[in-house]
Write a protein that binds this ligand. Structure first.
Ligand code: ACO
Ligand code: KIV
Ligand code: MG
Length: 516
């Protein structure tokens, strides 16, 4: 049996079924290109009979993708198979994926057919598909609720009729790991021609077991895993491919298999797909969540700083994550505070760690998250200076008109003086207000992240804006909270400006100290 597991991605088909609005041709192509770069073996790009738009995207993607195999879905319906073959005709090698339900429940109450009719429909559809390609996959939909006798019977017939890949879907996410691996083992034991095909599984996550089920299927002999990036898909989603891929890599000692994936592309691919599909990734999502490689509690941070392996089972840069984050919160200890001070170039004798740590705890309890520049301010500012905000927004007004132009005016208090400026742009009111502020401050800053979330429900919910800005090779965070989202955007920028200003004052103070 091969030690390679084929990775079959269905983000553009099963994943897209979960979206509130279908993707455009351009968006689908962008996703397909990133999956190809990630080394995905087979990309299921659509279900071309379902709409002219889907046909067009399958056609477009088929012309562009060269290093992954393209695949399209079809029912056991002649027209579906014909349309799938036509849509992919410009690809040098492609797969047609046919499916038909085999469980008694689906046969009786959905398809209204008996099992003999199901076998006939399946075998004749395979024959039709073989006219377009020699690579035909067949899925016995709802296989995990199909009787073992029926499953063995139909699988044998399908392999005989030329199917190269037999897929065993857990369509409704009902199976548990031991059960799915028994189904695969039974197929290997009871179907005489089973070794002429590759056995695949396609799991759904209704009970949160899609990845566990897929892994147990690999252990029982499955050599193709179907799933989606970030686990997107019908209802609770599909097997999250990034989790399977990394489980295979990290637990090679037990699983003894590998994939063709370019691991360093995983994080990037996940981010692209999340953004295009407008499906945010939960912070605690395995592998690709923003917390997956960050450490928050003091004991873990201390352990990681002594030896990363204490709390990291894989290196973040394996999947393309550049930085491990140690969050500075009131759960952090001295080790993390010292780590950030070291990182900024301060030596132990520059500050008193016990004093700094107790000031840090007070600030962390008040502010939630603390950043490196906050530590600097705590270590080198007097109490009075530390709490003083240098910049303060006294007034703003914004006008957006339908030809696309936005004008913003601001009145900003800078220390003891007040300045007024305005700016007009075609990039919307937030950009207009940011430009007006920067006309006054004139800091060479680059906005790296802008995130707006509603805190609460309804029209009067508070809008929280979090921004990340780069200034002279350092990153500064800012938060703004107001019911008016333009105001919260402006407040977030002013928070950043105050943080930069404080850090400049620390630098000035340290330079002056060095003179003596
Ligand atoms: C488990 C899965 O994920 S399967 C894939 C699910 N994906 C989708 O359904 C997305 C795309 N679907 C569509 O665009 C449409 O449903 C279409 C174009 C496929 C069909 O549209 P319609 O012809 O209007 O049929 P509708 O969706 O209402 O019903 C599905 C029909 O397909 C039949 N059918 C379902 N599966 C199969 C199959 N594998 N082979 C043959 N017929 C099937 C159903 O029995 C039903 O037939 P009926 O109308 O004679 O009762
Ligand atoms: C079409 C098949 C493979 C499917 O998506 C399922 O059974 O979940
Ligand atoms: Mg599915």
């Amino acid at each position: 049996m091969s030690s390679k597991v084929i990775i079959f991605d269905t983000t553009l088909r099963d994943g897209e079924q979960a979206l509130q609005a279908s993707l455009s041709v351009k968006e689908k192509l962008q996703i397909a290109l990133s999956l190809e770069k990630c080394g995905i073996d087979i990309i299921e790009v659509g279900f071309p009979i379902s709409s002219p738009g889907d046909f067009k995207s399958v056609q477009t993607i088929s012309k562009k993708i060269k290093n992954s195999k393209i695949c399209s879905l079809a029912r056991c319906v002649e027209k579906d198979i014909e349309v799938a073959g036509d849509a992919m005709s410009s690809s040098d090698f492609f797969r047609i994926h046919i499916f038909l339900a085999t469980s008694t429940l689906h046969m009786e109450s959905k398809l209204r057919k008996n099992f003999n009719e199901i076998i006939d429909m399946s075998v004749s559809s395979v024959k039709k598909a073989l006219r377009y390609t020699d690579d035909v996959e067949f899925s016995c939909e709802d296989a995990s609720r199909t009787t073992m006798d029926n499953l063995c019977r139909i699988v044998e017939k399908l392999i005989k009729s030329g199917v190269k890949t037999i897929n065993i879907p857990d369509t409704v996410g009902y199976a548990i790991p031991n059960e799915l691996s028994n189904i695969i083992k039974n197929l290997f034991e009871r179907v005489p021609n089973i070794h002429k095909s590759i056995i695949s599984v396609h799991c759904h996550n209704d009970l949160g077991m899609a990845v566990g089920n897929s892994i147990s299927a690999i252990q029982a002999g499955a050599r193709q895993i179907e799933g989606t990036i970030n686990g997107m898909g019908e209802r609770a989603g599909n097997t999250a491919l990034e989790e399977i891929i990394m489980a295979i890599k990290v637990r090679e000692d037990i699983l003894g298999v590998s994939t063709n994936i370019v691991h360093k592309e995983i994080y990037r691919t996940s981010q692209i797909i999340s953004q295009i599909c407008n499906m945010p990734i939960p912070a605690n999502k395995a592998i690709v969540g923003s917390n997956a490689f960050s450490h928050s509690s003091g004991i873990h941070q201390d352990g990681v700083l002594k030896n990363r392996k204490n709390y990291e089972i894989m290196e973040p840069n394996t999947i393309g994550v550049k930085e491990v984050k140690l969050n500075l919160t009131s759960r952090s200890g001295r080790a993390a505070v010292k780590y950030y001070m070291d990182k900024m170039g301060y030596k132990d004798h520059d500050y008193d760690i016990d004093e700094l740590y107790s000031a840090f705890l007070k600030l962390a309890d008040k502010k939630g998250q603390v950043f490196d520049y906050d530590l600097e301010a705590l270590a080198f500012f007097s109490k009075k200076q530390e709490n003083a905000e240098y910049f303060y927004l006294k007034f703003f007004s914004v006008q957006s008109i339908s030809n696309g132009l936005s004008t913003a005016s601001v009145k900003l208090k800078c220390g003891k003086k007040v300045y007024t400026e305005s700016s007009t742009t075609s990039n919307g009111p937030v950009d207009a207000i940011y430009q007006a502020l920067n006309k006054i401050i004139n800091f060479p800053i680059t906005l790296q992240k802008f995130q707006l979330v509603a805190k609460g429900k309804g029209k009067d919910a508070l809008g929280q804006v979090d921004i990340l800005v780069k200034y002279e090779n350092r990153q500064f965070h800012g938060i703004g909270l107001a019911t008016d989202i333009i105001e919260s955007s402006a407040q977030a920028m002013i928070d950043v400006l105050n943080n930069i200003w404080k850090s400049q004052q620390v630098n000035k103070k340290l330079k002056n100290l060095k003179k003596y």
